[in-house]
Write a new protein. Sequence first.
Length: 186
Amino acid sequence: MTKKLFFLIVASLLFFSCSQQSKISKDFNCKTSSFKRLEEVKDIKKLFSIQIPKSWKTNLYYDDIQSSIYTADTTKQLTETLLLDITAINQNIKFDEAFKLKQEQENLSKKLIKTTSKETKILNKPSFYTISKGKKGKHNYQVCHFFIKTNEQKFILAKAEVYGDSLIKKRFCNALALIEKIKISN
């Protein structure tokens, strides 16, 4: 009898721990998002990796202070896909008022209006995100910047871009589902 009870408790804990949404997924009001046929892609400097769909087109970039993975589902129209740029940057970051003001000024210089910003945790790390919208070319455009402080000297900037007006929330949730799969190297 105790073995059955033990098994039931363990099974329940596993079920609830696997089905729990992260705080940021709740903030975005995301349902579970699942991609099929994921592959792990490492940045050139091996600072981080991310699981992305095998069918997506991916480019890698690096220089002295950063290393990036840029990816998108190029089988879809621009107004139906999301563009995802994950960059590890060797630089300290503080989510203070000067930082937030700088983000606001950069948005305004690109004719974007901030709709949301919040400090949170992503990957169990101190984080800050901002969502802005405007126009790029003839399309409505929204961008979400996720700043994830990985340690005192580095942070990850994950930028999700969506064009058009359809399925904005779903595409941001898909981006977030991938961002939450980032593995930071030690």
